[in-house]
Design a protein around this ligand. Structure first.
Ligand SMILES: Nc1nc2c(ncn2[C@@H]2O[C@H](COP(=O)(O)OP(=O)(O)OP(=O)(O)O)[C@@H](O)[C@H]2O)c(=O)[nH]1
Ligand SMILES: [Mg+2]
Ligand SMILES: [Zn+2]
Length: 308
């Protein structure tokens, strides 16, 4: 039998049998190594699998199909183990909140670099617009402009005031999307707002730290009645890339990669080389300092990893 993983807790899974629409609780039998990296989860939500039924109700997953793409992360300094957030994705939505909780641009840039590396289309959603005052709205628009200029698709939204939710539905319709962001940024609330009746658990962010409480603990796929589906994921604090070479990092920053053609040296890494077009663009503000600083950090991390 063939199916798709729609929920994963790490020890057991939910598999949707595509033909009948039946859902089974399932476990793994055998080895599932598609990539060489050590993983905390061999199977992820979005994976297509083969499974067998035993005594009618226990499903054993026996095989996993190659993934078309996947979103993968590890914590910045932590172990060598990585975690597949979701797989076989059409669009990866990054939920950005200027406040409650505050989202750092470095976190966003790491996510975008990962999308570039794994061939996933990102969509940048500026959420909780309803809580912002005029200067804060201006700030969001400035940030938005920077990312649009690089080539990313963006949308200002709010689940509370329903801002642009129809436009968002259009963008998500008939596709598999994943919602990603810090705990408390409003991923699950957004799923509920896009489809009232799902009643996914949400909770208020803490008053003292203005951070989320990690309400969603497992990735889970939900199906839209307007077509397509979404993978709601647990909030994460930080994001690091895996298996990345120092020289390769610039490929994942489109504006840096475009500029590199004008550098004097063809193998310029844009650190301190003479006649570097990227450093010049940084000077003029054409390339953002926050983006550049994440670029440098990712190169440092890649170098550190290669020395281990
Ligand atoms: N003002 C405002 N608050 C929102 C909005 N969307 C969500 N919230 C609130 O933000 C808090 C956190 O929302 P959740 O949906 O649980 O956040 P989450 O991203 O799913 O968090 P985790 O599951 O912990 O990763 C809740 O109190 C929501 O009511 C919004 O558009 N505007
Ligand atoms: Mg949630
Ligand atoms: Zn250069």
């Amino acid at each position: 039998m063939k199916g798709k993983i729609i929920k994963s807790t790490g020890s057991w899974y939910q598999v949707l049998e595509m033909e009948t629409g039946k859902i089974f609780e399932a476990r793994i039998r055998g080895k599932f190594k598609l990539i060489k990296t050590r993983l905390t989860n061999p199977l992820a939500v979005g994976d297509f699998v083969e499974f067998q039924l035993e005594q009618d109700d226990v499903a054993w997953i026996t095989k996993i199909e190659q993934r078309r793409n996947y979103l993968i992360r590890k914590s910045v300094n932590l172990s060598k183990e990585a975690h597949i957030i979701a797989s076989n994705i059409d669009v990866a939505c990054f939920i950005f909140t200027l406040k409650h909780p505050e989202t750092s641009l470095g976190f966003l840039d790491r996510f975008l670099a990962c999308c570039e590396a794994y061939n996933i289309e990102p969509l940048l959603l500026f959420n909780k617009m309803d809580v912002l005052n005029e200067p804060e709205i201006e700030l969001v628009k400035d940030i938005e402009f920077v990312y649009q200029d690089i080539g990313y698709n963006t949308l200002e939204i709010s689940s509370y005031s329903q801002l642009n939710l129809n436009d968002l539905q259009e963008l998500l319709k008939d596709r598999t999307s994943v919602f990603f962001g810090h705990s408390g940024c409003g991923k699950s609330t957004l799923v509920n707002a896009l489809q009232p009746g799902l009643n996914i658990k949400t909770s208020e962010i803490s008053d003292t730290h203005l951070k989320g409480k990690h309400t969603t603990t497992f990735a889970q796929m939900h199906f839209w009645n307007f077509g397509g589906n979404v993978i709601d994921t647990p909030g994460v604090r930080e994001f690091a890339m895996i298996d990345i070479e120092k020289e390769e990092v610039q490929h994942y920053f489109p504006e840096i990669f475009r500029k590199r053609k004008e550098c004097k040296f063809h193998n310029c890494m844009h650190i301190n080389e003479p006649k570097c077009a990227v450093l010049e663009a940084l000077e003029t503000g054409e390339i953002q300092e926050t983006r550049y600083s994440t670029y440098i950090k990712l190169m440092d991390e890649a170098e550190e990893l290669s020395q281990k």
